[in-house]
Every structure is written in C-alpha cells, then in structure tokens.
Design a protein around this ligand. Structure first.
Ligand code: FES
Length: 95
C-alpha cells in the first residue's frame, strides 16, 4: 500500500511512498521542502508540522520526544520528519 505526502502552500507536488516508509529515506531536496541533517532525531533540521494525518502516525520515541521538547516545545503537531513512518496520507509543512 502507498500513501501520499502533500506539501500545501509550496511549489512541491505530492509524492507517494510505501506504507511504513521513513520520510528521510524517501524525501530529498528535489521532491520536498524538508531538509535533513543527522537523520537520527537529534539535530532538528527536519522539524515539520503535521497539518493532517488522519490520526495515524507512529508514536515519537524517547529521543524524538526530547528533541521536540527543545525545538518545538509548545507545538503538539511538531514531528521530526526523519522519525516519521507513513501510516496514512499526510500533509506537512516545515517549521
Ligand atoms: S535530520 Fe536531524 S533530527 Fe531529523
């Protein structure tokens, strides 16, 4: 099964990825506005806000939770794209 990732209000077209894909494995500078650094959940470069996910996303692990408490402490919709695994269609924006 494949799911769609949308980047509203950007020039980037939606792209499709297999279920449980790690966004860091599939997204790059030419197909998305999301930039990646460490890809391990530490640097915060890939900070995004989930605009819509149909309520289905993997739960952040301890490392991601700690990073989010530093990089986006008051944003309940913030995630690190490198830690997200696709389980539904999602819309995201960089923050
Ligand atoms: S790329 Fe560093 S936290 Fe995601």
């Amino acid at each position: 099964m494949k799911y769609k990732i949308c980047f509203p209000d950007t020039e980037y077209l939606p792209c499709e990825m297999p279920e449980n894909s790690n966004l860091a494995d599939e997204l790059n500078a030419s197909n998305s506005p999301v930039l990646f650094g460490c890809r391990t959940g530490l640097c915060g470069t890939c900070l995004i806000e989930i605009i819509d996910s149909a309520g289905k996303l993997n739960i952040p692990n301890e490392i991601e939770e700690e990073a989010l408490s530093i990089y986006a402490p008051n944003n309940q919709k913030a995630r690190l794209a490198c830690q997200v695994r696709l389980q539904s269609n999602i819309s995201i924006k960089t923050i």
